[in-house]
Design a binder for this molecule. Structure first.
Ligand code: CP
Ligand code: NVA
Length: 286
C-alpha cells in the first residue's frame, strides 16, 4: 500500500488509472483513517471526511492540539501509537519533513493533505477536472503568481505528463530563488507579454500569500501585477477556463469578475476534490 506525499510518488500510468477508476461504495468497510490538520482546511478536510464515509470507512478527526504531542510526547512515539490503531493517515502539515518523519514510524498509507512544499491531492483532482473538461491533457496551461505548494505539484504533474505545456508567470524575485525540476514542456517567464495568450486553454492561480508564508507583505507587493483579470482572460483561447484551488483572496490574485465569470470552473474543481479523493483511496487500498 502506497503513501502519496508528492505527485512524483506516482507515474503517468498510475495518474491515468486513478483518474479513470470507478470507486466501489463499500470499499473502505472496516477501515479507520485518521485526519490530522495542523493548518486550517475546508475542502480537503471535508472532501476526505465525506468521501471516506461514502466509501463505507470511518474517519477519525484527530485534533492536533489534543494529542500528547502538545505535552512533549515525541513525534516518534505519537506516530508509533497512531500506527497501533489506524489503517491510514491524511495529514496536513506546516513542515513537509513531518510527513517524511511520520512515514518512518507509521507503516500504513499516509496522504499529504497539503504541506509547505506540495499539494498532490489538489493536482490529482485538477488533472481529473481538466480531463473531464477538455477530454485531453494536450493543453497550454498558464499559472499566474506565486511558485507555491500548489504550483509545485502542478509542475510535478507536468513533468510526468509531457502533453501538458505549462507556463509559469511569476516575478523574477520569486523565480530566481526557486529551483525545481525542469522539462522542455515547463517554461518560467516573468512578463506576461513574453507568451502568446491566444494559445492558453487554462489559467490557474492561487493566493499570493500561503498559510506558511512569513513574507506576506513582500509577496503581495511583488505579485500585484500578476493578478488574473478580465483583460488577461479575454486574450486567451475562446474556450479557455479559469481554475483556482480556493480559498481565493478576491481583489488580489483574481478579480471578482473572473472568479464568478463564465470561464471560471472553480466549483467544479471544488466538487471534484471529493471525487478524486475517493479514486485515490480506492487506488491506495485496492
Ligand atoms: N484547496 C484546498 O486544499 O482547500 P482547503 O485549504 O480548504 O482544504
Ligand atoms: N497555497 C495555499 C493553498 C491553500 C489550499 C496555501 O498553502 O495556503
Amino acid at each position: 500500500m502506497r503513501s502519496i506525499l508528492n505527485v512524483s510518488d506516482l507515474n503517468f500510468k498510475e495518474i491515468n488509472r486513478i483518474i479513470s477508476l470507478d470507486y466501489q461504495n463499500n470499499f473502505l468497510n472496516g477501515k479507520n483513517i485518521g485526519l490530522i490538520f495542523e493548518k486550517p482546511s475546508t475542502r480537503t478536510r471535508l472532501s476526505f471526511s465525506v468521501g471516506i464515509n461514502q466509501l463505507g470507512g470511518n474517519f477519525i478527526d484527530i485534533k492536533f492540539n489534543e494529542l500528547n504531542l502538545s505535552r512533549d510526547e515525541s513525534f516518534e512515539d505519537t506516530f508509533r501509537a497512531l500506527n497501533c490503531y489506524l489503517d491510514g493517515l491524511i495529514y496536513r502539515t506546516t513542515n513537509h519533513n513531518n510527513l517524511i518523519e511520520a512515514k518512518k514510524f507509521f507503516d500504513k498509507p499516509i496522504i499529504n493533505a497539503l504541506s509547505d512544499k506540495s499539494h498532490p491531492c489538489q493536482a490529482i483532482s485538477d488533472l481529473l477536472t481538466l480531463k473531464e473538461h477538455f477530454n485531453t491533457f494536450d493543453l497550454n496551461i498558464l499559472w499566474m503568481g506565486d511558485m507555491n505548494n500548489v504550483c509545485f505539484s502542478l509542475v510535478e504533474a507536468a513533468y510526468l505528463i509531457d502533453e501538458i505545456n505549462l507556463v509559469i508567470c511569476t516575478p523574477e524575485a520569486i523565480s530566481k530563488n526557486t529551483q525545481w525540476v525542469t522539462a522542455s514542456n515547463i517554461l518560467i517567464i516573468n512578463n506576461i507579454k513574453d507568451i502568446d495568450l491566444k494559445s492558453i486553454n487554462c489559467v490557474m492561480t492561487d493566493v499570493f500569500v500561503s498559510m506558511n508564508d512569513k513574507d506576506g507583505e513582500e509577496k503581495v507587493s511583488l505579485l500585484q501585477s500578476y493578478s488574473v483579470n478580465n483583460d488577461l482572460m479575454s486574450k486567451t483561447a475562446f474556450n479557455s477556463i479559469f481554475m483556482h484551488c480556493l480559498p481565493a483572496k478576491v481583489g488580489y490574485e483574481v478579480t471578482e469578475e473572473v472568479l464568478r465569470g463564465p470561464k471560471s470552473i472553480v466549483w467544479k474543481q471544488a466538487y471534484n476534490r471529493m471525487v478524486a479523493q475517493k479514486k485515490l483511496l480506492q487506488f491506495i487500498y485496492q
